[in-house]
Design a protein around this ligand. Structure first.
Ligand SMILES: [Zn+2]
Ligand SMILES: [Zn+2]
Length: 605
């Protein structure tokens, strides 16, 4: 039901615990950095310095007269190298808590004093410190044996952070760094960060003119014509799957009476994320999910077991309130559309329906080039609805389907929703980052709440099971993920502009270029002509920057032979092709997703 990831934050003084060896080294590196800073800036006061994913940070107060900038980082790194070379051991000491308060007070470390006082208030009687050379820091450890155990490190960036995250507190300087066991690993990581910056979908979205954001609709994307082409192609791709997989599409209202959301349970559990509006003195809510509306279509007529499974797809636009602090480009937005569907089936049909859905999801990821897919099965939690018998049937069906796939999956015991078990799909992108996309969730709750029935072969009324499922998940989020995966160089069929024709001389070859453009548009190719009076060098460079899959260049020789010099994006050499050859090639490339969608589901059984 919910495909957005939740965010977490480090709050208060509860630094995350250190688990792995590399985390121990990174945290020790934070001490070394503080040590170096104290040597260079004797007045510096230290806040907290935890490890984070892929590194560490330390919050430092440099006082009102100094502002640290990224240009200062190499100087600190140099000092750190000296501290590491000295190779002093990390020595742990335990202190009575009052004594520790006095010591840190005498050093002017008022943030540390505050931390220890908070521990004292919690009833702690002792605290530990770690000394490394001439530098002692409050810490619970663990640490590497000596400073020299830090093999490869780098300071990454500088940011501002309020002490304890409170705006009324002083702003400290947060310095981010990382450490690795080898120099090669460190370099690989730093390169990946650089590559991620280049591929940032917010940056590419602007450069490629795909979408924009405006304060009038916070965290809600405006898709430009080019972005809309991608969006619509994705919808079309999924829609084309609905033929062979036998889905029917429905369209349901955007705004529904609050009474419905009370009945569905969203009002009690999800109100904070919903938008409300009042019309005719009735209270309505903008839908955050399609599920309840789909039950109305199900219940609009008497259902028998012969009608099942009933697969209802809905590309409805959804609105969910997200705090502005956690929104980031397309990956977390307030309005989005899922390639959503709800399957109503009998308990006996669960297994085959899950199998079809899993196949549909995996063949789709394969087509997008996501060949590393992590699959998670989440099973019954403590608090749940539905009989144990129903959970048994559902969980064993899901397990059988996943076992039959012949690929590994992870069981997250107890992590299922209260209303049913689920399977989640995470894909690995070109930068080796995992993103959650698809989900298949069984639901024993909504059919109860909306009193859904079907007549079984015994002529009695039974409850159907409901399956929520999405393949790409939120289209907005998928577009964000995919832009970064392909670095904005979309496959031909998805590309907003698929080809650009460049006549060498407008007067001589312009008409030839425009005529072929017409012909290409006739077979559904998105193509333009660049006949500006600019140099060929500039025009081909611009086509590269726009990441257009093909540039077709025409001069006198090409025109005579009914040809074009065809240059594929990312390749240095062109290849001379006839117009017919180009038409055939483009037809084939445009039909790629059809080949995937038109395969019958039974091909994979
Ligand atoms: Zn420490
Ligand atoms: Zn749903």
């Amino acid at each position: 039901m919910n495909t957005n990831e939740s965010s977490s934050s480090v709050s208060d003084f509860d630094e995350p615990e250190i688990h792995s060896e590399v985390e121990t080294m990174r945290h020790s590196c934070a001490h070394i950095m503080a040590h170096a800073i104290r040597k260079l800036y004797p007045k510096a006061k230290f806040g907290i310095g935890p490890t984070i994913e892929n590194g560490f940070y330390y919050d430092v107060d440099f006082g009102p007269d100094f502002k640290l900038t990224p240009e200062d980082l190499p100087k600190i790194e140099k000092e750190m190298a000296k501290v590491i070379k000295a190779n002093a051991p990390f020595v742990r000491q335990d202190h009575p808590i009052q004594e520790a308060i006095e010591t840190f007070k005498s050093w002017g470390q008022n943030y540390k004093v505050e931390i220890i006082q908070a521990l004292a208030a919690k009833g702690e009687t002792t605290v530990s410190t770690y000394q490394e050379g001439m530098f002692t820091d409050l810490c619970r450890g663990p640490h590497v044996k000596a400073a020299g155990d830090i093999k490869a490190f780098k300071l990454m960036s500088v940011a501002g952070a309020y002490w304890r995250g409170k705006e009324t507190n002083p702003m400290l300087t947060r310095i981010y760094g990382t450490a690795f066991t080898t120099q090669a690993e460190l370099e690989e990581y730093v390169n990946a960060i650089e590559e991620a910056k280049k591929r940032d979908h917010r940056k590419l979205g602007k450069e490629l003119d795909l979408f924009s954001f405006h304060p009038e609709a916070p965290s809600s994307p405006f898709f430009h014509p080019k972005g809309t082409v991608i969006y619509n192609r994705l919808v079309q791709y999924v829609r084309d799957l609905y033929g062979p997989y036998e889905y029917e599409e429905i369209i349901t209202p955007q705004i529904l009476d609050v009474a419905l959301w009370h009945k569905s349970g969203h009002y009690a559990n999800y109100k904070e994320n919903m938008y409300f509006t009042q019309i005719d003195e009735r209270e309505f809510a903008v839908k955050p999910m399609n599920c309840p509306a789909s039950t109305f279509v199900y219940a609009s007529q008497k259902r028998s077991y012969r009608d099942l499974p009933l697969r209802l797809a809905d590309f409805g636009r959804l609105h969910r309130y997200e705090k502005s602090g956690v929104t980031a480009g397309l990956t977390r937005v307030r309005t989005f559309c899922q390639d959503d569907a709800h399957i109503f089936c009998t308990p006996e049909q669960i297994e085959i329906e899950i199998k079809r859905t899993v196949n549909m999801i995996l063949r789709t990821y394969e087509m997008f080039g996501f060949d590393d897919v992590k699959v998670y099965l989440s099973t019954r939690p403590e608090k749940r609805v539905g009989s144990d018998q129903l959970w048994d049937t559902a969980e064993s069906s899901l397990k059988r389907v996943l076992d039959g796939m012949g690929r590994p999956y992870t069981v997250n015991a107890g992590d299922g929703a209260f209303y049913g078990p689920k399977i989640d799909f995470n894909v690995r992108d070109a930068l080796k980052r995992y993103h959650q996309l698809g989900t298949v969730q069984l639901d024993f709750n909504l059919p109860d709440r909306f009193d859904l029935n079907y007549t079984a072969s015994d002529n009695a009324a039974h409850r159907p099971v409901m399956v929520h499922r999405a393949v790409l998940g939120s289209l907005e989020r998928f577009i964000g993920v995919f832009i970064e995966h392909c670095a904005g160089a979309f496959p031909f069929w998805l590309s907003p502009l698929q080809a650009r024709i460049v006549p060498i001389d407008k007067a001589a070859h312009g008409e030839y270029a425009h005529k072929f453009r017409e012909q290409l548009r006739g077979i559904g190719v998105r193509v333009d002509v660049d006949d500006r009076n600019e140099s060929m060098g500039l025009k081909t460079r611009e086509a590269q920057i726009a990441k257009i899959p093909f540039a077709l260049v025409a001069g006198g020789r090409e025109m005579e032979g009914g040809q074009f010099a065809v240059r594929k994006y990312g390749e240095k050499e062109s290849k001379v092709m006839t117009k017919d050859e180009i038409l055939t090639l483009f037809r084939e490339l445009n039909a790629l997703p059809d080949k995937v969608t038109k395969r019958a589901p039974s091909d994979e059984a």
